[in-house]
Design a protein around this ligand. Structure first.
Ligand SMILES: NC(=O)c1ccc[n+]([C@@H]2O[C@H](COP(=O)([O-])OP(=O)(O)OC[C@H]3O[C@@H](n4cnc5c(N)ncnc54)[C@H](OP(=O)(O)O)[C@@H]3O)[C@@H](O)[C@H]2O)c1
Length: 291
């Protein structure tokens, strides 16, 4: 096993459960050759070694193939993982949600999920999906449930549809270029003790290049903190709020290591944060990216 570095944890919403502030995404890990997939499995396992124990997947990713790859990566290590999957909105009727969860559990070769999310707002009544989520908790198939790509109004509707359990998480787009959640959604979720998990922290591969003005700002800040990379600066910035977690996807083990070390033993100064705030100005409230 690789040398352990401590990726910090923080309490996940109202649960009191400590979850690493940086996790691992899995969208598109099923793509490429067999060798690429084996490398993606190695990257996930290295991530676990380094404490990136929050693994995010979905029935949608590769039509279930990403979940099967995750199953290989976590075999024999299930207890180390905070495992998250998502139901597709097109499956999110009451019965459909129960069935989708059982299919995900089978592909993931586990008896339970730590967190199950509705991937984005569905045309099925939210009360049906929430009723199914409550049943899955009662049956011990999931520990917690939440939503993804929900704005404040969607969230309030979902909260009102519940009868005995609470939403713990809203997973939303959050990157340097997409800071809209900071306006209303982040304050609302923080008040309600709903964890924000930010996805696509590197813009789904569209990260400022090293010769752009924005890239140079990040590089300068990184240099002043012991040669941190621009992406490490970005991740450190994105998890600066105590209610935010981030789930970069890396299939290259070097990237995984770099991401794990982004939030260990250092933090940005107030001045650095002000510079990044100005370089990446806040945009609209929430940008729904339905993937
Ligand atoms: N709920 C939703 O609707 C939703 C939507 C989008 C994403 N997500 C979740 O969020 C996760 C992350 O978002 P994402 O996959 O869209 O994109 P991302 O994490 O913003 O970017 C992934 C890309 O960045 C590269 N990368 C990662 N670490 C790097 C590093 N240290 N240096 C250089 N390049 C690096 C990866 O390359 P390699 O793979 O080659 O290492 C990959 O090409 C997804 O995988 C998924 O689990 C959820």
């Amino acid at each position: 096993m690789s040398s352990r570095v401590a990726v910090p944890k923080r309490k996940f919403g109202w649960t009191g459960v400590g979850v690493p502030i940086i996790g691992q995404g899995t969208w598109q890990i099923n793509q490429g050759s067999h060798k690429d997939k084996m490398q993606a499995i190695k990257a996930l396992q290295l991530g676990l070694d380094l404490g990136l124990a929050h693994i995010d997947t979905a029935e949608m990713y590769g039509n279930g193939q990403a979940e099967e790859i995750v199953a290989e990566a976590i075999a024999g290590r299930r207890d180390e993982v905070f495992l998250v999957s998502k139901v597709l909105p097109s499956n999110a009727s009451y019965e459909g949600t129960l069935k989708a969860c059982k299919r995900s559990l089978k592909r993931l070769k586990t008896d339970w999920l730590d967190l199950y999310l509705l991937h984005w707002p569905s045309s099925y009544p939210i009360r049906e999906t929430m009723r199914a989520m409550e049943k899955l908790v009662d049956d011990g198939l999931i520990r917690f449930f939440g939503v993804s790509n929900f704005d404040v109004a969607d969230l309030q509707e979902a909260e009102q549809a519940l009868s005995k359990h609470r939403i713990v998480c809203n997973q939303v787009l959050y990157s340097l270029d997409q800071r809209g959640i900071e306006r209303q959604l982040l304050p609302y979720c923080t008040e309600q003790q709903i964890a924000i998990v930010g996805y696509s922290p590197f813009g789904h591969g569209n990260f400022p290049s090293s010769n752009s003005q924005q890239g140079k700002v990040l590089a300068d800040i990184g240099k002043r903190h012991g040669n941190r990379t621009p992406r490490q600066v970005a991740l450190n910035y994105l998890v600066r709020h105590p209610n935010v977690f981030s789930i970069p996807k890396a299939s290259n083990p070097q990237h995984t290591r770099e991401n794990a070390e982004s939030a260990i033993g250092w933090s940005l100064s107030e001045q650095d944060i002000a510079v990044i705030d100005r370089t990446f100005p806040i945009g609209d409230d929430i940008s729904l990216q339905m993937i």
